[in-house]
Design a protein around this ligand. Structure first.
Ligand SMILES: Nc1nc2c(ncn2[C@@H]2O[C@H](COP(=O)(O)OP(=O)(O)O)[C@@H](O)[C@H]2O)c(=O)[nH]1
Ligand SMILES: [Mg+2]
Length: 184
């Protein structure tokens, strides 16, 4: 599998000549780690400090699909102007790229569970009619009862749609995510 970093941008997106797959979720949920895990390369920047990615990052996978790493939401210490900037950037991104997005992977930390902003993101995606798959992250550090609780919360929204369990640390969920990407 070949993966290359293409560009960091706010609104100057690549031509919609290949479908794109987006990874969204709260800051620190594990978006960049998951991209690195599924591609087997250290292409996306992983940060110990939440709220670090401020741009939309495009990667090209096997010359056939764009992988998109977007800034996370919900980091409490981010000032209001920054939150507004995030909202404007993401609204513009989804509006512009809606028809080119083949799948959104919505990441939920299995330890933290579903938060109000995750619910808003789900409602937003449903409103826009963009297909999404929920991925529970960091299962390696979650207790079984935390995983069960988070699964139950997610089920309220997605019904019987598949929910992917993942751990970037253990390589869990890689096959399932890749097969979803390559079947869009
Ligand atoms: N234990 C564990 N830690 C993880 C996992 N995925 C990410 N992390 C850690 O969570 C923090 C945030 O990860 P990052 O990928 O930068 O999250 P992002 O802000 O959503 O892009 C980092 O300290 C990672 O090492 C995982 O599967 N298991
Ligand atoms: Mg990141």
């Amino acid at each position: 599998m070949r993966v290359q970093f293409l560009k960091s941008t706010v609104k100057d997106f690549p031509p919609p000549d290949r479908p794109e797959v987006v990874f969204v979720g709260r800051s620190n949920v594990g978006k960049s780690s998951l991209i690195n895990m599924i591609t087997g390369r250290n292409v996306a920047r992983v940060s110990k400090e939440p709220g670090r990615t401020r741009m939309i990052n495009y990667f090209l996978l096997d010359d056939s699909v764009y992988l998109v790493d977007v800034p996370g939401y919900g980091f409490a210490r981010v000032p209001k102007e920054e939150q507004d900037r995030w909202r404007r950037m993401m609204e513009n991104y989804f509006k512009e790229r809606k028809d080119n997005i083949g799948m959104v992977f919505l990441l939920i930390d299995s330890v933290v569970g579903v938060q109000p902003l995750d619910e808003r993101m789900i409602e937003w995606l449903e409103y826009l009619g963009i297909p999404y798959t929920v991925v529970l992250t960091k299962t390696d550090k979650a207790k079984q009862r935390e995983i069960s609780r988070t699964l139950k919360q997610v089920r309220n929204y997605v019904g019987d749609q598949a929910i992917v369990m993942s751990s970037a640390k253990e390589g869990k969920g890689k096959k399932e995510i890749l097969s979803r990407i390559f079947s869009i």
